[in-house]
Design a protein around this ligand. Structure first.
Ligand code: SF4
Length: 294
């Protein structure tokens, strides 16, 4: 009988392995261990220490042992710098000089017209809204006529502003509420305005600030972006941005401050490549989040 090598004898053993029975693990050659196996070898809860970390002191254990020292928080690499009042004042003065006649670009004759125009301005330019509203208000001069207007006719009149079905629905439900709860008049408080269907804080602040002369700080995409780059806030949520700005901008300037930032965001501090090289606010601006500028 021919002599068999140890390897061929091992192969015979593998063939006769019973189904469902685990194959024995071979020892990895050249001392290499798979990462998964390395993890399995670690005791539960063990972690790599961060690079450069100091070794931990051994903790006393058992009853009566002194409590462990409080964990020291490592400082964040980039900390949010709070706006100082002098810098904010300089920014406000500069904006005032830049845009002395800032006001809303929407044309209106009454609070209701401004409310409807603001609803129409969502995802649409003010210029386009101004083309539509004269004909709209000539045909439907008040909340009652708008509330009972034939939906298809209303949609046709506002079609060019985009999202015309949703906007027509919002205008009609809002006007019905105005008729039923406010006698067809636009209320003058944030609470009452935001209780109207389709009216959020932004629209309410536009109406309060521009139709009633009650200070209102409007936070749209431009105001949010520019105030963050200027480090006037580190918030993203529009309501939080509004409250952060209200805390540092004098109340009597809330309305005009929104107009300033909207104009600056459209003309200079544009979304993709802000024109920092020609920006008069540059000496006061830390340019938070700006990665490429013109
Ligand atoms: S300096 Fe640049 S980032 Fe700052 S406000 Fe002006 S354009 Fe915007």
């Amino acid at each position: 009988m021919a002599r068999r090598s140890p390897r061929s004898r091992r192969n015979d053993t593998a063939k006769t392995r019973l189904p469902g029975k685990r194959r024995p693990q071979s020892t990895p050659r050249s001392g290499r261990v798979k990462p998964s196996a390395r993890r399995a070898l670690k005791p539960a809860g063990a972690r790599h220490a961060p690079q450069g970390a100091r070794p931990r002191a051994a903790r006393p254990a058992g009853p009566g042992a002194a409590p462990a020292a409080a964990r020291v928080r490592r400082p964040r690499a980039v900390r949010y710098r709070r706006s100082d009042s002098e810098r904010v004042a300089a920014v406000l003065d500069q904006l005032d000089r830049l845009y002395p006649h800032a006001q809303t670009a929407l044309t209106f004759q009454s609070p209701l017209q401004l409310l409807i125009a603001t609803i129409l301005s969502a995802q649409c330019t003010d210029a386009r809204v101004n083309q539509v509203t004269p004909g709209l208000f000539a045909r439907y001069p008040d909340a009652r006529t708008l509330a009972v207007a034939k939906r298809e006719d209303l949609e046709e009149m506002i079609r060019s502003t985009g999202f015309f079905r949703n906007k027509a629905k919002s205008i009609q439900t809002c006007c019905r509420d105005l008729v039923e709860r406010h006698g067809g008049e636009v209320p003058r408080t944030m609470e009452e305005l935001t209780a109207l269907p389709g009216v959020g804080r932004k629209t309410a602040n536009v109406v309060l600030g521009n139709a009633f002369g009650i200070p209102g700080l409007v936070v749209d995409t431009h105001v949010g972006r520019v105030s963050k780059r200027l480090s006037l806030t580190d918030q993203d949520d529009p309501v939080k941005v509004e409250h952060a700005l209200m805390a540092i901008v004098p109340r009597e300037r809330w309305t005009v401050f929104s107009h300033w930032l909207i104009l600056h965001g459209r003309r200079v501090c544009v979304a993709r490549k802000p024109r920092c090289s020609i920006c008069p606010l540059a000496p006061h601006c830390p340019r938070v989040g700006v990665t490429s500028a013109a």
